[in-house]
Design a binder for this molecule. Structure first.
Ligand SMILES: Nc1ncnc2c1ncn2[C@@H]1O[C@H](COP(=O)(O)OP(=O)(O)OP(=O)(O)O)[C@@H](O)[C@H]1O
Ligand SMILES: [Mg+2]
Length: 370
């Protein structure tokens, strides 16, 4: 059956969907996971929509959504609101769930036809803080089911393994360096051995760098996303960013060391491990070099062969979830075919065997018993 298959990377900063085109290419769509309450007259709402501004009216209030919220925030010198914080639904935003549903619907639409699938990313439980994951995952699940999809959660670190470690038979460590969290997953031949998240990532860098130099978080974010070299910062903002990037990487490697120090679960690995990084926070030049150097210093309880950056790091989580969805769908289809073939064989065996007619010859006459 040709059903619709989609994936959705649900992140603190970005919502990214992936689907297959008819010629088997992956098509991505990306939206900022943000909103902004705007002061407009009802008569202006149509005008905003004409300007291709995504906006919505909830009760008495107007909200700009997604990338439009960022554009409006820049014009009005305000900060956007976020439906998510630290990788999960933002408990401080009363409108978080309703806004997130609107953003998701805008990105992937209602399911087309029967049996449409959507595999979505969820973070792992945090390393050292409280657990809010179950609530988050259940809400996302229900949003997708309301849109008509059969929804399946995929661990975010494992999604990195699916998109970056296929040539290593899905064995190694996948790390998603996002906005709210760093998600780590240790995989052996496609099976998750250990998965956890670390509660520092892009937002932590922005907050600390902006406080240190008395600059707005918006300005710091723009400098960071504008592209800079971590190993050769040129001004005050870039220097502050580089300092907090280095601290983030040091802290993350320390957490990985502590969490994996027992080594019992790593006993299956005979060869040195490949670590692959993905996500927006891994994008600046010099990130992988810094990561490698911290790993060398840390004396981890296992050997590391290579540390690399996955192809298209920002889209790798959506790609990994889509890979898993397609593989699951194919193996379901193959097991259905096998079950069908078995049932057919069974019904043939249970019928009495007929004699084959001999072509061109009259049927033999039975000899009369004497
Ligand atoms: N070109 C860039 N250079 C540096 N940082 C970037 C760049 N583009 C995006 N980022 C940062 O990457 C982070 C977003 O990355 P990503 O989309 O992987 O996170 P997320 O999935 O939304 O968050 P999470 O997984 O933590 O919930 C933000 O902190 C953003 O500022
Ligand atoms: Mg993410």
């Amino acid at each position: 059956m040709d059903r619709e298959i989609k994936s959705l990377d649900i992140g603190t900063m970005h919502l990214i969907s992936a689907s297959l085109t008819k010629d088997h290419q992956i098509r991505y769509k990306k939206l900022r996971n943000a909103f902004l309450k705007v002061q407009v007259q009802a008569s202006m709402a149509g005008l905003l929509q004409q300007e291709a501004m995504q906006c919505v009216e909830i009760g008495q209030d107007f909200y700009a959504l997604g990338d439009s919220a960022f554009k409006m925030a820049a014009v009005t010198a305000k900060s956007v609101s976020r439906p998510m914080q630290d990788g999960v639904l933002n408990p401080k935003e009363k409108r978080a769930e309703i806004i997130l549903k609107l953003l998701i619907e805008g990105l992937i639409g209602q399911a087309q036809g029967e049996g449409a699938l959507c595999y979505y990313s969820v973070p792992a439980e945090p390393f050292q803080s409280e657990k809010r994951l179950v609530y988050h995952s259940e809400i996302i699940h229900s949003i997708l089911e309301e849109l008509g999809y059969s929804a399946t959660a995929v661990n975010e670190g494992m999604a990195v393994v699916y998109s970056g470690l296929a040539e290593r038979r899905f064995t190694g460590i996948g790390i998603s360096c996002g906005c709210g969290l760093l998600n780590v997953c240790v995989s052996y031949k496609g099976q998750s051995v250990e998965a956890f998240s670390i509660d520092r990532a892009g937002d932590w860098i922005d907050d600390n760098a902006s406080k240190a130099i008395g600059e707005t978080a918006g300005k710091v974010l723009a400098t960071k996303e504008g592209g800079f070299n971590l190993l050769a910062p040129v001004d005050r903002t870039e220097k502050a960013l580089a300092i907090y990037y280095k601290e983030l990487i040091r802290y993350s490697v320390e957490c990985i060391k502590t969490r994996l120090s027992s080594g019992a679960r790593l006993a299956v690995y005979k060869k040195p491990l490949h670590i692959v990084c993905a996500g927006g926070t891994a994008l600046p030049a010099g990130f992988i070099a810094l990561f490698r150097s911290e790993i060398r210093k840390a004396r981890l309880p296992f050997k590391v062969e290579v540390v690399s950056l996955v192809k298209d790091p920002l889209y790798a989580i959506a790609r990994g979830c889509l890979t898993r969805a397609v593989v699951d769908d194919r193996s379901r289809f193959l097991s259905q075919c096998t079950a069908f073939r078995r049932a057919k064989c069974q019904s043939r065996k249970s019928k009495p065997a007929k004699r084959k007619a001999r072509p061109g010859k009259a049927p033999r006459k039975r000899k009369k018993a004497r």
